[in-house]
Design a protein around this ligand. Structure first.
Ligand code: SAM
Length: 591
């Protein structure tokens, strides 16, 4: 990545604010606010930038993005004016500007600013007869332009010298937002004493130090909220209808991958009647399956092809969230949990990493060979050496090391060189297999998705956890019991959620007699912080077209199954019947 681009993604540190000596309140202890900007986060939530009329920081800045301070009536006028402006835009033209960006927050925000949704609706109304085709045509357009988005430069390690930004600490937890169209509008609410019982228009912020402290822990990196004892949303008409530039202080943070459309079922394009009355096809016919294959293959960073196959029923592709984003080998890390300053990475100076003993980045590794000498986790043929204790992290060479991508100690970073097929099974949804023979020890890929804290993942609820993989190493650690984890540590533990983004590994089904196992691997971040990747490796030679499986609950493999052999096995709560079909089947799996 060019230096300039790297710098663009650097995170600005959160300024610390003194809460005790805030000035600017009127004689009634009130502050005036005005909504001046908005942004849309990756979940589609709108957030507002508020400008404080009589309060500012020492550096003169006076806006915050702390929406906990706002109530609906504070932004309803803004919403109304913005909605009207978008409708006006849609009436003027249905064009939407396409640009290459890696940042989903900016993308969402800019699309909203261009009235994308309103234009889409208007386009559908205008092309009533062709409305069914519109999503398909947009999907095709996106697929044909996927190269614009240049995903490898997100953080796919196609070149090893990617730099990242400043170190993160817990109190610098960041959310990446950007503002569009600073625009003044006015809002009015009553005067409210903080600390009084909340009413519909009272801002529920306390005056006590502890309340302020609570508020401060919720700050976004661009905002430090003043301590409003009372807040009055002013009814000024300042700048009404005027668009002004976005705040220059705002910078996008971790780049998020670009959403690719998931077309709805059956995407054969209907021919339209030509002027002569003859039916002509306006564009090449593509099926849903082909469109999705195109999207994923363009986004998979020069890895071998992915295809979909179903001879079980009519479903052309697996059910996926709208705008599911394909990520071959990196996390979507909008909070920058993985990001560390290069200075914290231990680097090696090897031209070629042959001896782990001399490879400096391995100096803290506990991996040893049978003679007790430090060893790599991979053989010279690039296969997993199975010399890693369960739960230990394999530390691969990182972006600061001198060696190149072909290094023996970068196996999980190298592009996938075998083609995979995601296929429909008769009884376990979609599964995945290789189109080629796979040797024992082959590293197949990394589980990718949205990086969340465990606490945030726990809040999702049980039914949303089917595609969550906890990064606590418990899956491979003997004797550990994740159920007994102390809840206090959950903000420092992480989970990968592949519901909305991820790769082919999210389709690997469970088997009680699997042909894959997982191990923990990392590069470009600090070890022992639970921010590794989960890598899948073949534990036996796997013939082409054989389904890949791993054991979702390896601890259960050694625990006796209650009731087994005495008739019907009772499926415990939180589990479902297992259809792996192996002779070792434990009858149920945790979901
Ligand atoms: C991570 S997903 C695997 C991909 C999934 N089959 C799909 O179609 O998206 C896990 C889910 O697959 C299903 N599954 C995986 N292995 C299974 C098995 N051995 N028996 C029954 N269901 C299984 C369960 O519904 C489970 O919650």
């Amino acid at each position: 990545m060019p230096k300039k681009a790297r710098e663009r993604w650097q995170r600005s540190p959160t300024p610390l604010e003194s809460w005790s000596d805030a000035e600017g309140a009127n004689s009634d202890g009130e502050w005036e606010i005005e909504i001046i900007g908005e942004e849309v986060d990756e979940e589609g939530n709108v957030r507002y930038e508020a400008e404080w009329g009589t309060w500012s920081r020492k550096d003169g800045t006076n806006t915050t993005w702390d929406n906990d301070l706002l109530q609906p009536q504070h932004h309803e006028e803004w919403d109304r004016i913005q909605a009207q402006r978008r409708l006006d835009l849609a009436k003027e033209s249905l064009d939407v500007k396409v640009w290459a960006t890696l940042d989903i927050h900016n993308t969402n925000t800019r699309l909203r600013a261009q009235a994308y949704d309103e234009k889409l609706k208007a386009a559908k109304r205008t092309h009533q007869d062709d409305s069914d085709d519109l999503p398909a045509r947009m999907a095709e357009l996106m697929a044909s332009q996927a190269h614009l988005f240049n995903e490898p430069s997100i953080s796919e390690p196609s070149t090893k010298k990617l730099k990242t930004s400043t170190p993160r600490t817990q109190n610098l937890r960041a959310k990446s937002f950007s503002s569009v169209g600073k625009r003044s509008s006015s809002i009015t609410s009553g005067k409210h004493s903080i600390g009084e019982t909340s009413t519909a228009s009272t801002l529920s912020v306390g005056t006590s130090g502890s309340s302020r402290q609570t508020a401060s822990t919720l700050l976004t990196p661009f905002s430090v909220s003043p301590p409003p004892k009372r807040i009055v949303a002013s009814s000024s008409s300042k700048g009404k209808g005027k668009r002004v530039a976005a705040s220059p202080r705002l910078r996008p943070l971790s780049p998020s991958p670009v959403p690719m459309p998931v077309p709805s079922e059956t995407r054969t394009i209907k021919p339209l009647p030509s002027r002569s009355g003859r039916k002509v096809s306006r564009r090449p016919t593509k099926t849903t399956r082909e469109i999705l294959e195109d999207c994923w293959n363009k986004m998979s960073n020069s890895a071998a092809p992915i295809s979909f196959f179903n001879d079980v029923d009519d479903e052309q592709v697996p059910p996926l969230c709208e705008n599911f984003r394909y990520l071959e080998s990196v996390y979507n890390d909008p909070n920058g949990f993985q990001v560390v300053d290069d200075g914290f990475l231990v680097r090696c100076d090897c031209d070629v990493c042959i001896e782990a003993t001399y490879c400096h980045c391995q100096s803290n590794s506990g991996l040893v060979d049978e003679r007790g000498h430090r060893a790599f986790a991979y053989t010279v043929d690039g296969l997993f050496a199975f010399n890693v204790s369960p739960g230990d992290e394999v530390v691969e060479c990182n972006k600061c090391c001198r060696c190149d991508m072909g290094c023996q100690n970068r196996v999980s970073q190298q592009p996938r060189d075998f083609s995979v097929q995601v296929f429909k099974t008769p009884d376990r949804g979609w599964g995945v297999r290789s189109m080629e023979d796979i040797p024992r020890g082959k590293v197949l890929g990394l589980y990718t998705g949205l990086l969340r804290t465990r606490r945030a993942a726990d809040d999702l609820g049980h039914d949303r956890r089917s595609y969550c993989f906890d990064l606590d190493g418990q899956e491979v650690q003997d004797g550990a019991d994740s159920e007994n984890d102390s809840m206090s540590g959950r903000d420092e533990e992480y989970t990968v959620d592949s519901l909305r983004c991820g790769n082919w590994t999210r389709f690997i089904n469970h088997s009680c007699d699997p042909n894959l196992q997982i191990y923990l691997v990392l590069h470009d971040t600090i070890p022992d912080r639970g921010l590794h990747y989960i890598a899948f490796v073949a534990t036996e030679p796997i013939m082409a077209m054989t389904e890949f499986t791993f054991d979702y609950d390896p601890k259960a493999a050694v625990a006796p199954i209650e009731g087994k052999g005495k008739g019907k096995v009772v499926i415990p709560p939180g589990c479902r019947q297992c259809f792996c079909g192996s002779s070792q089947c434990r009858q149920y799996l945790k979901v």
